[in-house]
Write a protein that binds this ligand. Structure first.
Ligand code: NAG
Ligand code: NAG
Length: 397
């Protein structure tokens, strides 16, 4: 008997059974459908009646009129290598010109090696006079394999990911960097004296004037985390991350925030299939629902480091670190920060800098008509699509 014939016989038998018990079958199908409808409705995000996160300013002004003596407890931070000197100079010049020449916040530069004289000189020159600059190194304890990582296995996995085209997965130091930026930077002695930090990477540009103090504004509006770009994470870098975090969340009974829900795509499958089949697939939680892969880019972020220093975030990081996914997979700090923020912060504690223009890695955001000051966005620069951002903004507007 051929396979198709066998299948056809099977199907015929099932249909016959259903026909004989059609009332019961119909009842079961109805119940399953109702369950799915309720399941999907449980992902509805309550829309607030007012915008919980408007831009801090919608009009432009001369920054010198904003230049009171009040300063926040804040610093810039750039992690770089000596070879990044020209990209670092470009970024520093942009930040200084668009913002910091009027405000004079300090800079901290971190490297896993000793800084070259050239870097210190060139970058120091770009920062300019009268601004405090610290060049520091990262202690080996937080830049290297922790003892519980099987290095052989890690290197094998890195090679494999590299062959599969997972970006940067073959570079050991990239893994160390992602781990440091996920969990240790806020305890670095050079950052410990500060509450807020603004992360700057080499080779970025801010394309609008920033005539106000975002640190003070965040502080005044009780914001803990600020971003400019939200977009899709590459699923192959973090196949098990979402499952691990959502298991952690479930075990700890952490209440689901609207932001967490906004990062998810509910499954339309019946419960049994969700629970026992789909939940085995990557980027899904234990109930079979999907992370929509939306995350906040962390190469620019302004954060209240007390958030990262909280026991809730520290415990989350420790759990992820012990899992080993920073090495056996290629978990990025953007995904870790985003899921941490979504799990632990209220939507109104997160700020979108909708009035800023920002360019990184060939992608740019440019403010909408009516927002932003003196913007000079890149002609023909690739604009970030807004589907992911829109899904997040449902939580606040
Ligand atoms: C703003 O304040 C800083 C420090 O208080 C000062 O060095 C700078 O000259 C001022 N800039 C302007 C444009 O007023
Ligand atoms: C700035 O913040 C840090 C970390 O919260 C704190 O230790 C320090 O005392 C603060 N400095 C000032 C001047 O408030």
């Amino acid at each position: 008997m051929s396979l198709t014939k066998l299948n056809r016989n099977h199907l015929r038998r099932v249909l016959l059974f259903l026909a004989q018990h059609w009332k019961a079958s119909l009842g079961i199908i109805l119940l399953m459908t109702i369950e799915v409808i309720f399941h999907i409705r449980s992902f509805t995000i309550p829309r607030p009646s007012t915008n919980l996160d408007p831009p801090f300013y919608t009009t432009c002004h001369d920054p010198s009129t904003m230049n009171s003596t009040a300063r926040a407890n804040a610093t810039f931070m750039m992690l770089a290598r000596n070879s990044d000197v020209s990209g670092a100079v470009q970024s520093v010049k942009s930040v200084q010109a668009q913002f910091n020449q009027h405000f004079g916040y300090p800079w901290v530069f971190l490297n896993d090696e000793e800084w070259s004289e050239e870097f210190k000189m060139e970058v120091g020159k770009a920062v300019g006079e009268g601004v405090s600059v610290t060049f520091d190194t990262i202690p080996w304890e937080v830049w290297g394999f922790p003892m519980w990582i099987d290095r052989e296995k890690a290197r094998r996995k890195m090679k494999k990911m590299e062959r599969e085209g997972v970006m940067y997965a073959g570079e050991e130091s990239y893994h160390h960097m992602c781990r440091f930026q996920s969990g240790f930077f806020y305890d670095h002695p050079a950052l410990l004296p500060y509450k807020f930090y603004w992360r700057v990477e080499p080779d970025i540009r801010f394309t609008c004037a920033i005539p106000y103090d975002p640190f003070l504004s965040m502080s005044q509006h009780d914001k803990k985390y600020g971003y400019a770009i939200a977009l899709w994470e590459r699923g192959n870098t973090v196949p098990s991350l979402f499952r691990k975090i959502s298991d952690y969340k479930a075990r700890r009974h952490v209440r689901t925030t609207p932001l967490w829900t906004a990062l998810m795509a509910p499954s339309y499958a019946p419960w049994l299939i969700r629970r026992f089949v789909l939940s085995l697939l990557r980027n899904r939680d234990g109930k079979g629902d999907l992370w929509n892969m939306c995350h906040l880019w962390s190469n620019f972020e302004i954060a209240d480091m007390e958030f990262f220093r909280s026991s809730a975030y520290r415990e989350l990081f420790r759990y992820l670190d012990e899992d080993g996914g920073f090495y056996y997979e290629r978990w990025g700090d953007a995904a870790v920060h985003s899921l941490g923020v979504a799990m632990l912060l209220r939507p109104d504690e997160v700020h979108w800098f909708s009035d800023w223009g920002y360019v990184h890695g060939g992608l740019q955001v440019c403010p909408k008509e009516g927002l932003g000051c003196g913007c000079e966005c890149e002609e023909g620069g690739r604009e970030v699509e807004t589907v992911c951002l829109d899904s997040i903004r449902r939580t606040v507007e």
